[in-house]
Ligand binder design. Structure first.
Ligand code: G3H
Ligand code: 13P
Ligand code: ZN
Length: 334
């Protein structure tokens, strides 16, 4: 049993309060390996941004929960070494699906967990989320909990839903007061993965690029009215940059019908009560684009550092861009 404070991590409480007030969103970036973590930390130190490091169930299976926790602890020290006097780093469980998993992460030093009961009937979601909150909040150092209402479409390894169902604004007050959650993930049209909309839901611009329908900002506004100042979370918020998709295809990849959430929509959301924006797929695209380029241009290269290094540089560039131009989190470290 270790408390996150001993590891130099923080929970989301104060971070979210400042973000809601300041009209920006905290980046929540998923990591599974060292290069992703280095890129996130370098980008957030250079842009002076707080950050949420997310560990999914898939990441736990791939990289091992213990190893990931020690990597996050190392990330705090690394940020200091890079010149950040007071790093604001959260270690967060992404899409926890059981009380036992959340408990295990909390006992290992995670400072925040998500319990995703969004696929359960409403009352079961309430009961499970409440149980996790009671445990997390009773720790010596308060661990923050994210719950979810509404269903996102999209398919990921461990996150799958065929169809999306927008969050019902009439349920949010009841859910928050019954469960005690610290933040709420909602569904307003985002979804996981690189194909966020079916081509038939989109239009095409003059270059033949898919243009998605806008997010349901009316639903977001209704939710904000019901929960003034309460921290709202957006999952599935990768923009799926056309230049990465093109580069991957140019170097032999096949990514038909890719479409993400346009940056200006995320910018608009970040200025509202949305104070955490989850991004994973864009990191996968950036790394894949850089690695494919090296493989095609330098076919005799076989030192992993020679292709993971450029991938890490591209990732860092992308995270800096997100912090500065999209989420607005840059410059918000004390
Ligand atoms: O929300 C889903 C994240 O992109 C994590 O995906 O389970 O494949 O690591 P993963
Ligand atoms: P993307 O697939 O859009 O990156 O979403 C990631 C996410 O929501 C992680 O929880
Ligand atoms: Zn998610």
């Amino acid at each position: 049993m270790v408390s996150y404070k001993e590891l130099g991590l923080v929970n989301t409480k104060e971070m979210f309060a400042k973000a809601v007030k300041g009209g920006y969103a905290i980046p929540a970036y998923n990591f599974n390996n060292m290069e992703q973590l280095q890129a996130i930390i370098q980008a957030c130190v250079e842009t002076k941004s707080p950050v949420i490091l997310q560990v999914s169930s898939g990441a736990r299976k791939y990289a091992n929960q213990t190893l990931l926790r020690y990597m996050a602890q190392g990330a705090v020290e690394y940020a200091k070494e890079l010149g950040c006097a007071n790093p604001q780093i959260v270690l967060h469980l992404d899409h926890g699906d059981s009380f036992e998993l959340c408990k295990s992460c909390i006992e290992m030093g995670f400072s925040s967990v998500m319990i995703d009961g969004s696929s359960l009937p409403y009352e079961e979601n309430v009961a499970l989320t409440k149980k996790v909150c009671e445990f997390a909040h009773s720790q010596k150092d308060y661990v923050t909990v994210e719950g979810e209402l509404g269903v996102l479409a999209g398919v990921e390894d461990d996150v799958a839903a065929e169809e999306s169902h927008y969050t019902k604004p009439e349920e949010v007050q009841d859910f928050v007061s019954k469960t005690g959650v610290d933040s709420l993930a909602i569904s307003i049209g985002t979804s996981h993965g690189r194909c966020k909309f079916k081509p038939e839901q989109c239009t095409r611009n003059a270059d033949g690029i898919l243009v998605p329908p806008p997010l349901a900002f009316d639903v977001l506004a209704e939710i904000e009215k019901k929960l003034p100042g309460f921290p709202i979370v957006l999952h599935g918020s990768s923009s799926v940059p056309v230049e990465y998709v093109k580069q991957i295809e140019q170097y032999g990849g096949k990514l038909a019908d890719s479409v993400g959430i346009p940056e200006e929509q995320l910018r608009k959301a970040a200025k509202s009560a949305v104070c955490k924006i989850n991004i994973d797929s864009d990191g996968r695209l950036a790394m894949t684009a850089a690695i494919r380029k090296v493989f095609v241009e330098k076919p005799s290269e076989f030192d992993p550092r020679k292709y993971l290094g450029p991938a890490r540089d591209e990732l860092k560039k992308m995270y800096m861009h997100k912090n500065i131009e999209v989420l607005g989190s840059a410059g918000h470290l004390d």
